[in-house]
Design a protein around this ligand. Structure first.
Ligand code: PLP
Length: 454
């Protein structure tokens, strides 16, 4: 096998998404309302279209991908699987390293895989507008693109600090014709509440979610769209892993370990869940979610019911959490800042079926630069977390002489993150382990529910 890029034909874009719930040993814990009772599908109808609510609670193994969505996927899918020969050579490792490159999408990350699907189902349901939040701007730009493709207006509440520090993501959102506002705004109750308490609030993902949900709940023509965490989002992202499996088959190889960066868990679920199906059927494969040591949700958070947003407007989700009032340390430059994690990923981690590890930010940027200097592609700092973990394993293989097959998801490119690279080159980044007291404090702020634990 001599290929560098392992490519599929457009006709090989998956026709169905894979639902991991069908292969989980235990059913997922339901979201709960403020009264501690499971939230029914009808309560979600104020902000989501019926098709997405159905997917959110579905136990069907396969969900058909609508033809208009596949048609839009053809703009960049199937995405390439690369064999990282130059990186292998540089490391001197006997490991075979592969990566799936999601940076080929128009927005530069995996996020359009679900943005297009969500826009499609909302338009089918007669919705005219979508509201959403964005942190660094990746999700906002993906939904702006999707709104354009499926003819929906999009309003993006962008975390203020990013709005100011990442002007080009903001410009991308505007280029695709969406509206972008620095959050907290004074247009919503949630935003006004935060600003009253802290007029200089830099914003956070949790606050921006509160604003976007409030807007969607209060307008008939508007629904809310979330870029990660929820079951239907992870479902849509499984095109990544499904394609990758076909690509591995083409070259007669199979990964021993799958790595993905983990923020809300969508690209991890997307790449890892189709391999989990094999694992559930008895095949040996390790699935590893990689997160920043400064936002260590899976590795150091609590597994508990918590709000998805800061103000407490969303249902309670059973997930690993650092507390819904978590604000990431200012020194942190690498994304993956969300306080919680996907309930599906959380449950599989809790049950010991997948793994997680946390990496420090200086070695993470170092890995990203090593990757750029060997493979050429400048990775998104988020993706570099997975690269760090993969390089560490490749170096262990070098010690032990084991020719393991390592695979990671290169979730996006870093062309709009060069300011973070600059900070790294100037030596301004430090490693920062999130303090234990803060984690303990977060526990005290968790909503009190008498949840039935599985
Ligand atoms: C958003 C994002 C992530 C993390 O989000 P998940 O929901 O965990 O997938 C990772 N990489 C890139 C490039 C992103 O834009």
């Amino acid at each position: 096998m001599t290929e560098t890029k392992i490519l599929l034909d457009e006709s090989e874009i998956p026709t169905q998404w894979y639902n991991v719930v069908a292969d989980m040993p235990n059913p997922p814990d339901p979201p709960l309302g403020p009264d501690g009772k499971p939230v029914g599908p009808d309560q979600l109808a104020a902000i989501f279209p019926p098709a997405l609510i159905e997917q959110e609670v579905s136990g069907e193994r396969w969900v058909p991908i609508p033809e208009p969505v596949r048609e839009a996927y053809r703009l960049w899918r199937p995405s390439p699987l690369y064999r990282a020969r130059r990186l292998e050579q540089y490391l001197g490792t006997p490991a075979r390293i592969y990566y799936k490159y999601e940076g080929v999408s128009p927005a530069g990350s995996h996020k359009p895989n679900t943005a297009l699907a969500q826009a499609y189902y909302n338009r089918e349901a007669g919705i005219r507008r979508l509201s959403t939040e964005t942190g660094a701007g990746q999700w906002g730009s993906a939904l702006a693109l999707a709104g354009r493709m499926f003819d929906l207006e999009v309003r993006v509440y962008m975390v203020r600090i990013s709005y100011e520090q990442k002007p080009y993501r903001r410009s991308m959102i505007q280029t695709w014709g969406a509206e972008v506002l620095p959050s907290p705004t004074d247009r919503t109750e949630a935003g006004r509440k935060v600003r009253a308490a802290d007029p200089d609030s830099p914003g956070s993902l949790g606050i921006a979610i509160s604003e976007a949900v409030e807007e969607a709940a209060s307008r008939q023509d508007t629904n809310y769209s979330l870029g990660s965490v929820l079951n239907h989002v992870l479902l849509h992202q499984t095109v990544i892993g499904l394609e990758a499996k076909k690509q591995f088959e083409k070259v007669g190889d199979y990964p021993d370990v799958v790595y993905a960066p983990c923020g809300g868990g969508s690209n991890f679920g997307g790449v890892a869940f189709p391999f989990f199906a094999d694992k559930a059927a008895g095949r040996e494969v390790r699935l590893v979610a990689v997160e920043p040591a400064s936002c260590p949700t899976l590795t150091r958070g609590h597994y508990a019911y918590d709000f998805g947003d800061t103000v407490g407007l969303t249902p309670l989700l059973h997930m690993y959490t650092l507390g819904h009032d978590f604000v990431p340390p200012g020194i942190h430059a690498g994304g993956l800042r969300y306080h919680g994690d996907s309930p599906l990923v959380s449950q599989l981690y809790h049950e010991g079926l997948i793994e997680a590890l946390a990496v420090d930010q200086v070695p993470t940027f170092e890995a990203g630069v090593t990757f750029a200097r060997t493979e050429g592609i400048i990775p998104a700092p988020e993706s570099s977390h997975a690269i760090r973990a993969c390089i560490d394993e490749a170096l262990r293989c070098k010690e032990s002489g084991e020719p393991r097959v390592l695979f990671f998801n290169l979730s996006g490119h870093g062309h709009f993150d060069m300011a973070a690279y600059d900070r790294y080159f100037r030596g301004e980044l430090e490693d920062f382990a999130y303090p234990e007291e803060a984690i303990e404090q977060a526990l005290e702020h968790l909503p009190k529910v008498e949840a039935a634990q599985s």
